[in-house]
Design a protein around this ligand. Structure first.
Ligand code: SF4
Length: 332
């Protein structure tokens, strides 16, 4: 099986006590059934504590946070389970975070989640953006429609090559992306093969763009589930003028690697591209340090499947996410 991952993937190492926003706070931890059973079987004070903090819900077992922190987080910043039983005793989510795995049956793509500050630092640093391909002895069957996957792989490759070499500004690149995504969507729906035409795509975008304001976009995100007060405060702040520096191309590259091929599951690329574009625009308008703002965005949005679903649905229904509004925000 072929396994692909960005060069920075293997460089990741948790910075633990130096982390500015630990993954051990603010989230309830989903505990896989095997770990939950093991934790409940433990003897002594650790087992007693785990039996106390594990809760069964209709979606599975969770470790419920107390005072906005994981109850197993010790005062010295270490995890009590890891300290007493070792890394392998962690439940699956804690063992794997922030590693992402997209398994398509006969090939797999790995990545890191932007919601971890250390991963965000690696994702948004330019030096390790190349991809590595490894072949393992394992083999698997393709779990997708091969024609759809071929279209998605080709179009992603085409757009990524453009992203690597273009001298267009970030808003212009996002405009080309939106128009190109319409063409790729048409291809997925049975139409002609999409051809990336940056000059034409940009001219079309300029033609359609209307005067827009970022307030409806911020209000749309305020209507989603909110985890932390600081995210709510950021969304309520007046919009900043985006500083569209080159780091946004790295951010876009991350979104493309995370979402483009997922369209193979439901043949819908356009709503995912709108998610990427809305994310870049929102992060730009929230201002502040790009790494910190995009990490918070990811923690609030990408790590909450309900929020991701609401954006994918909203791509076709929410006025803040119409093509005209997005183009207006990019080009005016
Ligand atoms: S968010 Fe990342 S760096 Fe911070 S504690 Fe968790 S894994 Fe480590």
């Amino acid at each position: 099986m072929e396994i692909l991952y960005p060069k920075y993937y293997k460089k990741f190492s948790c910075i633990a006590a130096a982390c500015p926003d630990s993954c051990c706070q603010e989230w309830d931890v989903d505990v896989d059934p095997e770990s939950a059973q093991y934790y409940r079987s433990l003897q002594g004070p650790l087992g007693d504590r785990l039996r106390q903090v594990l809760q069964d819900t209709e979606d599975g077992t969770v470790m419920v946070i107390e005072d906005r922190r994981c109850p197993m987080w010790r005062q010295d910043g270490l995890c009590q389970i890891q300290a007493e039983l070792g890394h392998q005793a962690l439940c699956q989510v804690c063992r794997e975070f922030p590693r992402l795995r997209h398994d398509y049956g006969d090939f797999m793509e790995l990545g890191l989640e932007l919601s971890c500050p250390e991963a965000a630092r690696l994702i948004l640093s330019d030096e390790d953006r190349d991809w590595i391909a490894e072949t393992t002895a394992e083999s698997g069957e393709a779990e997708y429609d091969s024609e759809t996957m071929a279209s998605l792989l080709r179009s992603r490759r085409e757009f990524s090559a453009f992203l690597d070499t273009t001298s267009l500004s970030v808003p212009e690149i996002l405009t080309v992306l939106l128009l190109y995504a319409h063409d790729v969507q048409e291809e997925l729906d049975g139409g002609a093969t999409a051809v990336l035409q940056p000059t034409q795509n940009l001219a079309d975008g300029i033609l359609f763009a209307k005067q827009s304001h970022s307030v409806p976009l911020q209000e749309f995100f305020l209507g989603l589930e909110i985890l932390t007060p600081r995210w709510e405060q950021r969304l309520q702040q007046p919009s900043a003028t985006p500083d569209w520096n080159g780091q946004y191309k790295l951010l876009l590259r991350y979104f493309i690697s995370r979402y483009w091929l997922q369209a193979v599951s439901d043949y819908d690329l356009l709503c995912r591209v709108k998610l990427m574009i809305a994310a870049c625009i929102l992060i730009g308008h929230l201002g502040g340090n790009l790494q910190e703002t995009s990490q918070l965005f990811s923690k609030e949005i990408e790590n909450n499947p309900d929020n991701v679903e609401a954006i994918l649905d909203g791509a076709y229904t929410a006025s803040a996410l119409t093509d005209l509004n997005l183009l207006g925000l990019l080009l005016n």
